[in-house]
Design a binder for this molecule. Structure first.
Ligand code: DGL
Length: 279
């Protein structure tokens, strides 16, 4: 590993692909003054059905790249990586890489506020197979609101639909309807559905179509953005290391042209991207 730069740098935002852009957008809206560096591991997406070992190894490589690019703080804008890699990176790798750098995830901030959203105390989690199997939401929500009954539904086709830009087609309706109907059938008392994968807000129009009107749909972007604001306010030593010129840059492990054209659709703005090799 290269020596890590010590000067102030952008906040790193990592996802397996395009999903983290839904988080980045909300973070930039909440905290526009900071610089951001987004890294999408598009060459190896999706992570959702990969083993613990693989998700951990890929995530650690990408986090290390972001550190090498000058980030002191990295947000895993990916539930699968947060579920499978975050704790090991925090406990095992950060002390060796640089104990002053930080990596934060998206599951804990979401779990923290679920209790204030549900009346029926029955919450559904829509996520990748990896996130559901890890039981991370059940465990984290249990810490804050032990009275809540959590039902998890894995939606393995949703990320591939989005990564292939098929999420607004008629074909996507079948897969969206299938999982929404199934989770509501499994627990009809659900009044809150958490989109526990950062890709899923891109399917929001279809998710809304198939969700009963009394059920609240909760994307994570605003939750993570507010939680980052609180984190920076409570950690002035880290806040000082985050540069503030209001810029955003994009790195991808795939072709920059491909990233640029797809990301522009998701963000509804023109962007530039650079390739980064993961060795
Ligand atoms: N966007 C990611 C998540 O929040 C991962 C999707 C994937 O790579 O399968 O889980």
């Amino acid at each position: 590993m290269k020596t890590l730069p010590q000067h102030i740098g952008p906040i790193g935002v990592f996802d397996s692909g395009y999903g983290g852009l839904t988080i980045l957008e909300k973070i930039r809206h909440e905290l526009p003054e900071y610089d951001y560096l987004y890294l999408g591991d598009n060459a190896r997406t999706p992570y959702g059905n990969r083993s613990f070992e693989v998700v951990y190894a890929y995530t650690l490589q990408c986090v290390t790249k972001l550190f090498e690019q000058g980030c002191h703080l990295v947000i895993l804008a990916c539930n699968t990586a947060s579920a499978k890699a975050l704790r090991t990176i925090q406990q095992h790798d950060l002390p060796k890489l640089d104990s002053n750098r930080r990596v934060l995830g998206v599951i804990r901030p979401t779990a923290e506020i679920v209790g204030s959203l549900t009346q029926s105390r029955n919450v559904g989690i829509l996520a990748t197979e990896g996130t559901i199997q890890s039981q991370s939401y059940v465990l984290e929500i249990g810490k804050f609101s032990p009275d809540i009954n959590v039902t998890g539904e894995a939606c393995p086709m949703w990320v591939p639909l989005i990564e292939n830009n098929e999420h607004l087609t008629e074909g996507a309706d079948y897969f969206v309807k299938k999982h929404i109907s199934r989770i509501i059938e499994r627990n009809p008392k659900i009044d809150t559905l958490i989109l526990g994968c950062t890709h899923y807000p891109l399917l929001l129009p279809k998710i809304k179509n198939y969700t009963p009107k009394n059920v609240r749909i909760v994307p994570q972007g605003d939750i993570v953005a507010r939680s980052l604001r609180n984190y920076l306010a409570n950690h002035p030593e880290m806040e000082k290391k985050c540069s503030k010129n209001g810029t955003v840059k994009f790195l991808t492990t795939e072709s920059p042209e491909k990233f640029k054209s797809s990301a522009s659709i998701f963000l509804q703005e023109e962007i530039e991207a650079q390739h980064i090799a993961i060795d």
